[in-house]
Design a protein around this ligand. Sequence first.
Ligand code: NDP
Ligand code: HEM
Length: 482
Amino acid sequence: MTTRPVTTDDAGIPAPSDDHSLSVGPNGPLLLQDHYLIQKMAHFNRERVPERVVHAKGGGAHGVLRITEDVSQFTKAKLFRKGTETPLFLRFSTVAGELGSADTARDPRGFAIRFYTEDGNYDIVGNNTPIFFIRDPQKFSDFIHSQKRRADNHLRDHNMQWDFWTLSPESAHQVTFLMTDRGTPATWRHMHGFGSHTFLWYNAAGERYWVKYHFKTEQGIRNLTTAEAAALQSADPDHHTRDLYDAIRRGDHPSWTVNVQIMPFEAAAGYRFNPFDLTKVWPHSDYPEITIGRFTLDRNPDNYFAEVEQAGFEPSNLVPGIGASPDKMLQGRLFSYPDAHRYRIGPNYLQLPINQPRNAVHSYNADGPMAYRNPQDPVYAPNSAGGPVAAPSLYEGENYDVTGEIIRSAYVLHAEDDDYGQPRALWENVLSETDREHLVGNIVGHASAPEVTADMKKRVVEYWDNIHKDLGQGVARGLGLT
Ligand code: NDP
Ligand code: HEM
């Protein structure tokens, strides 16, 4: 017979009982001196950290990135050197639902990857779509409020959602994507991921490029119809979480190829679309995708709370060779995520194992709640005591000229910038006949919710009419407005 370990409290002290509290006689009141009971109850009350304000429901897994092509002419980032293998953690999520919500809801899916590189954490915090609903962070909280719950009855409200979308024409491309069957992926394994933003790459000579990331599923794309997604919402609300966990457990490790589109730095100004506008893709005819490697997910978390719930991804985690672009949304996100983690997890969230970089940390930040990394002397910079020194030369290439009036304004339009051209290309050139039928049906179903007013339905038809007359007509017919 194997000997079982003795239960202890969190201080390692052997527990007096797994069953009984300390009482005055078997039927009497309990005693304050039962420290073991009090620790258990008090700790239980503190088991939750706040759920993420968006992307609350999700799951994740560990894996590895392998780079197969030489891209050193574009970036000196060590993780992208040919032959390099980098451990990673990837978290998938829905956006609007709460922690216990159903995985198969119509929503973009988060696709957040942390690479534990030699130069520290590099996070690409993307979605399963290459674009987004808005192009200025000023509108993010308003957008999210419109997708979450009303103030009065605490209900999700499709009228509110369409109100925001139809008043925000820049949402047209992303809402088109969302209303196709790709808005309800069959599993997380059967969808692509995208870095979505444009990022800066620079090489060892300090030469600069703009880059977009595409992670293409090697399992193939598989989606659910609205009816299938709805059935799974009641049959198995955790369908995607379970699917990923089970696949990895049975050794069926999902993988994605890593593709990039690369634009010469100087080409941005004269490009036909604003290359930093997050509501736009770069058409492949202009910038084809280049495969540079692939990654595989091969290990489930041992502890969901420690590894998935406490994971704190940050678009601001950029390593030498990679920088930010002037995409206003990216700029907003550089602030937002570390700020969210300091609130949600605590100011020393980077000391938790899932967030801790795998290279040595020599930071002059010190102390604070739950600090356990041992700050070493000297505790200040500059110092003459042999402490760590910064390495500005690693960032040569990140710099570029920007001038202009300080202003609140839309992006300056490029030749072909409008809100409807790219979703129109999706409708006209990419979607199959079946995809189009499903798109119309999905929109009609969504806008037929009882709370959507007659006036709002007219605005919904106008919205789709702007993208394509056939699409507008299909929606009008479905809503009984013709
Ligand atoms: P391409 O024909 O070269 O590319 C079309 C892209 O759409 C491919 O990446 C394809 O890849 C993807 N796609 C195919 N079916 C669907 C679908 N049902 N829903 C969403 N995406 C789908 O044309 P362009 O590059 O000129 O782009 C045309 C339009 O395609 C864009 O306006 C945009 O709406 C959409 N698109 C473009 C992407 C880009 O980065 N250029 C990326 C994704 C979509 P796959 O089947 O592997 O997903
Ligand atoms: C999560 C803010 C746009 C993808 C979050 C969180 C915040 C946030 C505060 C919760 C973080 C946490 O508590 O851990 C913002 C703001 C945006 C924005 C202010 C725009 C200005 C985007 C865009 C994408 C995106 C454009 C994708 C391209 C994600 C993902 C997560 C997330 C994937 C979940 C990360 C995880 O798995 O932990 N966002 N977001 N967000 N966001 Fe955004």
